[in-house]
Design a protein around this ligand. Structure first.
Ligand code: FAD
Length: 397
C-alpha cells in the first residue's frame, strides 16, 4: 500500500522503516526543512529498547548514549540535598537501559530510512479527503496525491488529528506544566554523567553535561493554561522562560542569561492525549498524535516506536483489510498505553512539587530509602504486562 505519514519525529520514521521492510510504499512528510534533531534526554529500556534493537539502531544509541552515574538534587547554594544512583535501574533490567538524546534517537531512525523511502520536507498535509478506494491529500506546497492510507505521526499538536478527528481540546489532558529543553556550548561548571536538578516550589531546572563541551538544560514549570498556550517564536519563548524562572537560586541566573544565545528552543505544554479510537476510515494516528504519555512517563519515544511496529505489522498481516488491521492495532495497545498514562500522572507531584514541604519530603525519602528500594518502586511503574508480537517471524522475514 502507498501510505502517507505526516511527521518525521520518532514514530513517523519508525513506521516508515517497518512499512518499507514489510513491502509497502511509505511517503514521509515533515513541516521542518530537515529531520528534527533536538530535545532532551530520553531513557531507553523495556519495550522501547527492544524496538531500537529490532530496527538496528541500538549500536548507535549505545555509542552516543550515556550511562548516568548520579542523579542529584541541590539547594539554592548548590549543596547536595538528595542523590540517587540510577545504575541500579539498569541492573534491574539486565543492563538493557541507556540514556540518549532524543535528537540522536531521531537521527538514528532517520538514518535507517534515508534514501529508501520518499521524503517531503518543509511541507504538511493540508486537507484529507477520503474516497471509497483511496484518500486524496493536498499539501501546503507539493501537488496533490492519492494514497491508500494516511497516518498522522505529527506529534502532540497533530494536524492530521485536527483534520480527521477534531480539535485538540477534545482529547488533551493538560498536566498544568510546561517544559523547555535547551542546549548551550561551553557552559561551566560541568559534572560528567551527573544529572543535577534544583527544585523550588512549582519550578525545576536540571543540567546534564554532554560530550563536546555541550550542556543540556531542562526547565519545568507548573502553570495553569492561560492565554493562547506556549508561544511560537524563540524571542517569545525566551521572554516567557526568563519571567517564569526569575529569582530562582543555584545557577539559574547564568542559565537564563545563556538563553540569549539560543535558537530552536523546545518549549511545550506537558499534556497527554486520550482518545477512544486512534483510527477513522483510512486514517490512523501513531505516537504522541494518538496517545501522548507526556515526558513524565519517560517512555514517549519507546511507545511511539512500538505503536509504529504494531501498526505496520497488523497492516501487513491483514492484506488489503486495513479496517481489521486498524482494529487489531488499537486492541493490542490501548490498555498498555492507558496504564502508562496513568503511571505518568503519579510522577507529577515528585517531578515538580508544589510546595517547600513536598520538596523536603521527596529529598528525605530519596536520602533514607536504600537505593534498591527506590529502584524497586520505580520499576513497579516500568514493568510491562505486554507480550510484543513478532511480525518478522509471522511474515517469515
Ligand atoms: C524538536 C523536538 C524536541 C522534543 N524534545 C522533547 C523533550 O525534550 N522532552 C520530551 O519529553 N519530549 C520532547 N519531544 C517530544 C518527543 O519527541 C515525543 O514525545 C516522542 O518522541 C513521540 O514521538 P512522535 O514522533 O510521536 O512525536 P514528535 O517527536 O514530536 O514528532 C512529530 C513530528 O511531526 C512534525 N510535525 C508537526 N506538525 C506537522 C505538520 N503539520 N506537518 C508535518 N509535520 C509536522 C514535527 O516537526 C515533528 O518532527 C520533542 C519533540 C520535538 C519535535
Amino acid at each position: 500500500m502507498k501510505i502517507a505519514i505526516n511527521g518525521m519525529g520518532i514514530a513517523g520514521p519508525a513506521l516508515a522503516y517497518w512499512l518499507h521492510r514489510f513491502g509497502h510504499e511509505p511517503v514521509l512528510i515533515e513541516k521542518a526543512p530537515g529531520p528534527r534533531a533536538g530535545g532532551y534526554l530520553v531513557d531507553c529500556w523495556g519495550l522501547g529498547y527492544d524496538q531500537a534493537e529490532k530496527m538496528g539502531v541500538l549500536p548507535k544509541l549505545l555509542e552516543l548514549g550515556y550511562h548516568v552515574q548520579d542523579v542529584q538534587w541541590v539547594n539554592a547554594s548548590g549543596k547536595i540535598s538528595a542523590t540517587f544512583k540510577p545504575q541500579i535501574l539498569g541492573q534491574m533490567v539486565n543492563d538493557r537501559f541507556v540514556t540518549v538524546e532524543r535528537g540522536d534517537l531521531a537521527m538514528a531512525i532517520f538514518g535507517q530510512v534515508e534514501g529508501k523511502v520518499e521524503m517531503i520536507f518543509g511541507d504538511s498535509i493540508a486537507t484529507i479527503n477520503e474516497q471509497a478506494d483511496r484518500v486524496d491529500v493536498t499539501f501546503e506546497h507539493a501537488p496533490p496525491q492519492s494514497f491508500d492510507l494516511v497516518v498522522g505521526a505529527d506529534g502532540l499538536h497533530s494536524r492530521v488529528r485536527d483534520l480527521v478527528f477534531g480539535p485538540m481540546e477534545q482529547f488533551e489532558k493538560y498536566l498544568e506544566m510546561r517544559v523547555a529543553a535547551i542546549e548551550v556550548d561551553d557552559y561551566q561548571p560541568r559534572d560528567e554523567l551527573t544529572f543535577i536538578s534544583h527544585t523550588e516550589p512549582k519550578r525545576q531546572v536540571s543540567r546534564f553535561s554532554k560530550r563536546n563541551n555541550k550542556t543540556l538544560f531542562l526547565l519545568g514549570i507548573r502553570e495553569p493554561l492561560v492565554g493562547p498556550g506556549v508561544p511560537h517564536t524563540d524571542d517569545e519563548k525566551r521572554d516567557e522562560l526568563k519571567a517564569g524562572f526569575a529569582g530562582m537560586g543555584w545557577e539559574c541566573p547564568q542559565i537564563l542569561a545563556a538563553l540569549d544565545h539560543m535558537n530552536h528552543i523546545y518549549y511545550d505544554v506537558v499534556s497527554q492525549i486520550h482518545m477512544e479510537r486512534w483510527t477513522r476510515g483510512r486514517v490512523a494516528l501513531v505516537g504522541d498524535a494518538a496517545a501522548c504519555l507526556s515526558l513524565l512517563a519517560g517512555e514517549g519515544t519507546g511507545m511511539g516506536m512500538l505503536e509504529a511496529y504494531v501498526l505496520a505489522g497488523e497492516l501487513t498481516l491483514a492484506g488489503d483489510d486495513y479496517a481489521t488491521a486498524f482494529r487489531k492495532y488499537e486492541e493490542r495497545l490501548q490498555s498498555l498505553i492507558k496504564t502508562k498514562q496513568k503511571n505518568a500522572l503519579k510522577v507529577a507531584p515528585t517531578y515538580l512539587p508544589k510546595g517547600q514541604f513536598a520538596i523536603f519530603v521527596r529529598n528525605i525519602i530519596t536520602r533514607i530509602l536504600p537505593a534498591r528500594a527506590v529502584a524497586r518502586i520505580a520499576l513497579m511503574s516500568m514493568k510491562d504486562n505486554f507480550e510484543s508480537p513478532e511480525y518478522e517471524k509471522q511474515l517469515n522475514l
